[in-house]
Every structure is written in C-alpha cells, then in structure tokens.
Design a protein around this ligand. Structure first.
Ligand SMILES: C[S@@+](CC[C@H](N)C(=O)[O-])C[C@H]1O[C@@H](n2cnc3c(N)ncnc32)[C@H](O)[C@@H]1O
Length: 346
C-alpha cells in the first residue's frame, strides 16, 4: 500500500500537489457550460462541435474534455477515430446549472471567491486574519459586506449556501425530533434552503428568517415562491437588533463565522428570547476532539481563517458555548454527511 510514508515513491504527496488542478478543471468545465451543453444535446458531441458552440479554442477544449474524462465527469466513445463526449450520471445531476440538485453555484463560488482567497493562505497564517482585502481590495472589517460586494456575488453565494441543503438538509432536520417546536426562527437563514427542508418534514411549523436587509431582498427576489407561504422574513442585524421570540432557533453555519466573544454574545441574546422549553439547533461541521480529523472539517477551519473571523469547532467546544449561554440537555448528532447537528434546550 502506498502512503505519504512511502519513501520510495510518495504517491499520496504527489496527488495532494495536484489537488487544485483537479478542482480548477471541474470548475472551468462548469463555468464554460460544458455540462449544460452536453445535457441539452440528444447525442454525444465531438470536441470540435463543443468548441464551436462555446466559442472556445479547439485544442484547449479537447484537452479540457479529456481531463474531464479522466476525472469521470464525462464519458467518451470513439467513432471512426474521433472522440465523442457525454455527461456521466453524476455530472448530469450535480453539475448542470439548472438541475434541481445542482452544485454549479457552489463550484462557481469556490472557483471565483475561495480560490482567490486561498492564494493568500500563507498571509492568513502569518497574520491570523481574513484575506478578503488582499484578494478583492474590499475592506474585510465586516466580512459579509466584503462578501456581498455586488448583487451577482451575493446571488452566487446564496445559491452556494442553498445548494448544500438539497443534498444534506433532510439529514439535519431528521437528526432530532423537532415536532414540539412550532415557531422557528432561522438566524442568518439566507435563501431559506434549510427552512424549506424543515417545512417539508414539519409542514405545520412556521419559520421566520432573520438576515441582513440586502440578503432578505435578494432571497425574496430569487429564491422564494408563493409555495413558501410558511416562511416569513425579518430584515435586521442579529448582533444589534432585537431577536424575535421563538420555540426553536436554527443557526446553520453561523457560529463558525465569529469570534468566541461574538458567539457568546449572540447565544446569550438568543437564550433570553427563547421560550421556556424551547431550543437552539446549531448546524456545523465538527472537528474530532483528538484533532485527528476529519480532513474536510480541518480544511474548512483553514477556510474560516482565510475568509472570516471564525473557526470550526469540536462537539465539546460547541457544548461549552451553549452551556455558558444557559442552554442544557445538549445533544450532538453526527449525520454521516458534511454537516452535523447540536441541540440545546432552555
Ligand atoms: C455562512 S451563511 C449561512 C447561511 C445559512 N444559515 C445556511 O447555512 O445556508 C451566514 C449567514 O448569516 C447572515 N448574517 C451575517 N451577519 C449577519 C448579521 N449581523 N445579522 C443577520 N444575519 C447575518 C449572512 O447574510 C448569511 O446569510
């Protein structure tokens, strides 16, 4: 078996080095619309046909298609010595922009925002702070102001946030019995992706999403339809404005954005607004207590440094934060997917 420890041929190390080449190949194929074009086509297409549809170079397109075949994002068949390409089932479901379970916007956010920020990872480690200012020339004093630097960026970020709940939202909502909570407040609920998953399991509940004014306006414009009548919106700042009374507060990927002090400030405020018998549901990736992994959570914690003032935490760290704020009966449930759930009761 080869491993990093294999001194004769460090296979794993060489694969790690190529990690970003793999990501950027997939992002580029998404961005250029390769999967969209092949999805619309009734038949497999040649590199020449694809390049003429997309207005891209024949040679560059041919190499990109070939790399996508190597990554198992595309299938290839040879006819009369010419290669014809088509989507794999996974690409059809997840990489086509208009597919209901599309992760296209997640790929675009990674490609256009994270990729640029991660270029400055060494600076982030040296300075211990977000690199938005270096990457985009916008002040990182308030990370969400920097993140929402244009409506287009905001929509891409919101789609990115939204899309993950199509693939793991139900696991989060099913982690605990939430049937006793009628009025739910989703703090920083963004596009309403997780709220919709909650309402699909508990249709008689109602959810109020509290988010920044520009996010609420964009959510209403791009993400909410008449079918979402159990979702209400409140424009505000959860640090400065009152938090409405509710039975359950959802905080999905919120705590990981902020410093320990700000997390405690927010959780104390929520505890005061929470009805007796109510609760708070944190949704986050979790680090192992012994710091051994999981690798995804460890990388996401680096990403929180590069992008925010926060960090990823272990179950024990979340339990302490909740207990400090007054919550009790704290339970942690691993879902087996990226995000896990932590429930505390008042
Ligand atoms: C990382 S996103 C998580 C979005 C959503 N909860 C999810 O998991 O899909 C953080 C969210 O918090 C919102 N937010 C950031 N600062 C806020 C503030 N001070 N008051 C209200 N919402 C805020 C952002 O606009 C964004 O929607």
């Amino acid at each position: 078996m080869t491993s990093l420890q294999d001194l004769d041929y460090p296979q794993q190390l060489l694969e790690y080095k190529d990690g970003f080449l793999v990501s950027k190949t997939m992002f580029t194929a998404c961005e250029l619309g390769i999967f969209d074009l092949l999805h619309k086509s009734d038949e497999a297409l040649s590199a020449l046909t694809i390049s003429s549809h997309l207005g891209t170079s024949a040679d560059g397109t041919d190499r990109l298609l070939s790399a996508c075949v190597g990554l198992k994002l595309l299938k290839v068949e040879m006819k009369n010595n010419e290669a014809f390409f088509s989507n794999t089932d996974v690409s059809d479901v997840y990489l086509v922009q208009l597919s209901p379970r599309s992760l296209y916007h997640m790929m675009m956010y990674y490609s256009q925002t994270l990729y640029k920020c991660w270029h400055f990872l060494p600076d982030a480690i040296r300075e211990g702070k977000s690199q938005y200012e270096r990457a985009f020339g916008v002040s990182s004093g308030d990370i969400f102001k920097a993140l929402y630097r244009s409506e287009e960026e905001m929509v891409t970020f919101m789609h990115h946030m939204d899309s993950v709940w199509n693939i793991c939202g139900k696991d989060i909502i099913a982690a605990f019995d939430l049937s006793s909570f009628n009025e739910v407040c989703d703090l920083g609920g963004c596009s309403g992706g997780l709220a919709k998953q909650l309402l699909s399991i508990y249709p008689s509940s109602s959810v109020t999403i509290l988010d920044l004014p520009e996010v609420v306006q964009t959510a209403k414009k791009h993400f909410i339809t008449d079918a979402d009548c159990n979702i209400a919106f409140l424009q505000g700042n959860f640090f400065n404005d009152p938090i409405p009374e509710a039975d359950l507060y959802i905080m999905a990927r919120i705590i990981h954005d902020w410093t320990q002090e700000k997390c405690l400030q927010l959780l104390n405020k929520i505890y005061k607004s929470c009805r007796p018998g109510g609760g708070v549901l944190l949704v986050e990736v979790l680090l192992n207590e012994d710091r051994s992994g999981p690798l995804t959570s460890q990388l996401y914690s680096l990403n929180m440094l590069v992008q925010t003032e926060g960090r990823e935490r272990s179950p024990c760290e979340y339990t302490k934060l909740l207990a400090h704020s007054g919550f009790r009966d704290i339970q942690v449930k691993a879902t087996g997917k990226i995000y896990d759930a932590i429930l505390g009761r008042k």
